[in-house]
Design a protein around this ligand. Structure first.
Ligand code: PRP
Length: 192
């Protein structure tokens, strides 16, 4: 079964609506602003593509000077639902983070394997600090333990899309986080 023409038809449940997300992102922005007093450079490292929407909103909720850089990594195969544990860097940082505060911005932490790899990789570039903010956390699926500094929402082990998160590169533009109907990915996990 493929994606419907109307993406909303493929959602079984809205887990986090637009207003709930907006309020939490605003609060995270205020906490992050308070955590980095002074004028030292803060580099937000957006992990593409999933964090595209989150970083756009979060950066505008942070009331201090920031620099944005992006990395693109891939841990899931296209259309797959499970993390492979193999992280590939598709796009590296553009600027130096030597001696700077770095805040990694993620959309979701699942097994933790992606960020486990990424934090060590960035630590090797001699930053002053590396911290993590994630919109969503699925603690039930964690394999690699990580120090997560800010979490928007802990969510149950359901396949979610929207607000940047995809299935087969679709649904990223939904304004809410929703649960994908199981029949859309059942064949991939061997159920149909
Ligand atoms: C997703 C998500 C995280 C990672 C989390 O990225 O954005 O980077 O998986 O999974 P983990 O904790 O099990 O490692 P994905 O590879 O799907 O790419 P995308 O951000 O381009 O959608």
């Amino acid at each position: 079964m493929g994606a419907s023409k109307n993406p909303h038809d493929d959602i079984s449940e809205v887990l986090l609506n637009e207003e709930t997300i907006a309020a939490r992102v605003k609060a995270l922005g205020a906490e992050i602003t308070a955590a980095y007093p002074g004028n030292d450079e803060l580099v937000l490292v957006s992990v593409l593509k999933g964090s595209l929407v989150f970083v756009g909103d979060l950066m505008r909720a942070i009331d201090r000077n920031v620099r944005i850089d992006v990395m693109e990594v891939s841990s899931y195969g296209g259309g797959n639902t499970e993390s492979s544990g193999t992280v590939r860097i598709l796009k590296d940082l553009s600027g130096s983070i030597d001696g700077l505060d770095v805040l990694i911005v993620e959309d979701i932490i699942d097994t933790g394997l992606t960020l486990n790899y990424l934090t060590s990789y960035l630590a090797g570039k001699n930053p002053k600090s590396v911290r993590i903010v994630t919109l969503l956390d699925k603690p039930a699926r964690r394999i690699a333990e990580l120090p997560v500094d800010w979490t928007g929402f802990e969510i149950p082990d359901k396949f979610v899309v929207g607000y940047g998160l995809d299935f087969g590169e679709h649904y990223r533009n939904l304004r809410y986080v929703g649960v994908l109907k199981r029949e859309l990915y059942a064949s991939i996990i061997g159920e149909a």
